[in-house]
Design a protein around this ligand. Sequence first.
Ligand SMILES: Cc1ncc(COP(=O)(O)O)c(C=O)c1O
Length: 400
Amino acid sequence: MDFQDYFSDLTRQPGSNALAELFKLTERPDIISFAGGFPAPEMFLPGEAAEVARQLFEEESTTVLGYSPTPGFSALRDYLAERQSHLGMPADAEELLVTSGSLQGLDILGRVFLNRGDRIIVEAPTYLGALSTFASYDIRLDSVPVDSEGLNTAKLEELLNELQRQESLPKLLYTVPTFQNPSGQTMSYRRRQELLDLAVRYGFLIIEDNAYGELRFTGEEIPTLKALDTGKRVIYLGTFSKVLSPGIRIGWIHAPAKIIERAVLVRQAMDQCSNSLGQLLALEFGRRGLIEKQIKKTVNLLAERARLTIDLIASHFPTGTTWTNPEGGFYTWVTLPPGIDTAQLLSHAIENARVAYVAGAAFYAGEGGSNQLRICYSQPSLDDISRGIPRLAKALTTTF
Ligand SMILES: Cc1ncc(COP(=O)(O)O)c(C=O)c1O
């Protein structure tokens, strides 16, 4: 029985399996993977985690093994409120909802705001997980290009004018303004102000996904959109996945309390609450200063890995290739000369050169990206980067 008559339209969409297949392949130890956006495993603090977990089980076993309140443990919400405030985004606990990772936060917001046929704007390129989440709603997506200053606000304004003429303005705009996944680009201060102005003028809300914002290794700090938002138009998604551990699955939504109330209702019908152990681990790590310690270590490691990756791309990739120079985060975004199709070359790169990446087209809501690819330099060691980037360059330019 192949269950075809039972599956939903959503799971019938072509290509929805491709990435899962790729990720399976990249688990092979003989492959150097620049594909998954994973933190460097050396950054985890297993000894500290074991110690904290042991104490939690000894001293608070009923809490650890029980359900938690849907919005999250109040001690964690208080801690997060303080942390957000410290990062320039004053928050009260009732403006925070603890989620099972920030991707769940996005899904919750989708359910809070989106009706069939609603319109939302995303960046081109944008985070693949967000595109998958939005694909589960029957909505219309429009894209605005990202350049070296982040989301192009002039192009956004043109689009908004056009949509206004059609009486079809968007409800939401989703952006990863800092060390964007996949491009590594950061939205300039000027563009942030312009985007906030446009949100007020055209009446949409902004979802700011800041998964990488604390991982700056060079350049000047820029305030988050949430920090600059005077009109209460920004809904912020935070996560501990890239700075502590993706396995504990702890993220949060920071939004006006009225939005959080709705989000809590929606959340009750999903998984009810985040896992208690993950919440308490994050809280204890935070209280002991271990998150900050891990961020410092991670930033140094990312700086080294990014530098080496980019130097090697510069010396090995074909003439006419361009790439981004991220000031933080996990990714550089490579544009090859026209005619090189990165999706077509992927299986060749994996099978013959034993390197993996994510082909650019996956990051676009519409057309685009056929000669682009995302390289994640966070996970492979310096040694793997030294061997992997030249092999990747060769795979992209030679047929075996
Ligand atoms: C921009 C962005 N948002 C959200 C996530 C998902 O993070 P989480 O593990 O918190 O769901 C990722 C992970 O790759 C990401 O790159």
